[in-house]
Design a protein around this ligand. Structure first.
Ligand code: HEM
Length: 216
């Protein structure tokens, strides 16, 4: 239940963050203004950040503990391992989750703390005096390796969500023979929509559809 509840909170964040980021397609004023609004929240923003961090840590610690309990419940390995129902995604939740965690650590260094690309410090404020998040994202994703790493991280996030976004219902006690397969399908569709939404940003930048608002 703890994994399910923390998972729901993180899914809500992933949806909200995607909607915020998609504003890059509307224009620099939107996404720069949005980012400034978040910063203007001041102490509330820090409270949300700490809450999210605690949620991620609890989600990871409890899942690892569950995985270890699972393993110790059967010290002898199976002679013959054939999966009847478990999908690839459901069998690799710990692996995909830990790689997504590593991706988030890199992502924070990249766009929140801006430590990986010295050009980000050279960006001038936009005409409204806001930090130019728009140009930062464009310059960041113009690098093929950076964009490739993001797509890999987002792929693993989608794999993780393709199981997690429907299995949390079972963890919370909802189990219906007829509805379960439909919910599983809905979870998969949701996860790959999230993947398509996020990856559309680096892809559009690499295709030259979005250009920086200022030259460096
Ligand atoms: C193409 C994909 C993504 C883009 C373009 C993107 C963009 C950004 C940007 C620009 C910021 C900094 C905001 C600012 O300081 O004004 C940020 C922060 C953040 N992103 Fe992402 N993001 C992406 C994917 C993700 C994913 C998949 C996750 C989580 C699963 C994530 C989690 C975070 C977190 C936790 C922060 C820190 C928020 C804060 O400042 O407190 N991002 N992202």
């Amino acid at each position: 239940m703890i994994v399910a509840v923390t998972g729901i909170i993180l899914i809500v964040f992933v949806i909200g963050h995607l909607l915020g980021n998609l504003q890059i397609f509307v224009g620099p004023d939107w996404i720069n203004g949005y980012s400034q609004h978040l910063r203007d929240l001041g102490p509330l923003l820090w409270a949300i950040r700490l809450f999210l961090l605690a949620t991620v840590l609890v989600h990871i610690c409890v899942t690892i503990q569950l995985a270890m309990e699972n393993r110790s419940a059967r010290p002898e390995p199976y002679m013959d391992k054939r999966y009847v129902k478990a999908t690839f995604a459901s069998r690799h939740m710990v692996m995909s989750g830990l790689i997504v965690f590593a991706f988030i650590a890199y992502h924070l260094a990249h766009f929140t703390f801006r430590k990986t690309d010295p050009r980000f410090a050279l960006l001038k404020p936009d005409p409204f005096g806001h930090y130019d998040v728009y140009s930062m994202m464009v310059y960041g994703f113009q690098n093929y390796f950076v964009s490739g790493f993001y797509v890999l991280g987002l792929f693993l996030l989608a794999l993780h969500l393709s199981h997690g976004s429907s299995s949390f219902l079972q963890s919370l006690g909802f189990n219906d023979k007829k509805l379960n397969p439909r919910l599983a399908l809905g979870g998969r569709i949701f996860a790959w929509l999230i993947f398509a939404g996020y990856t559309s940003i680096p892809v559009a930048i690499l295709l030259g559809l979005i250009k920086p608002a200022q030259q460096l």
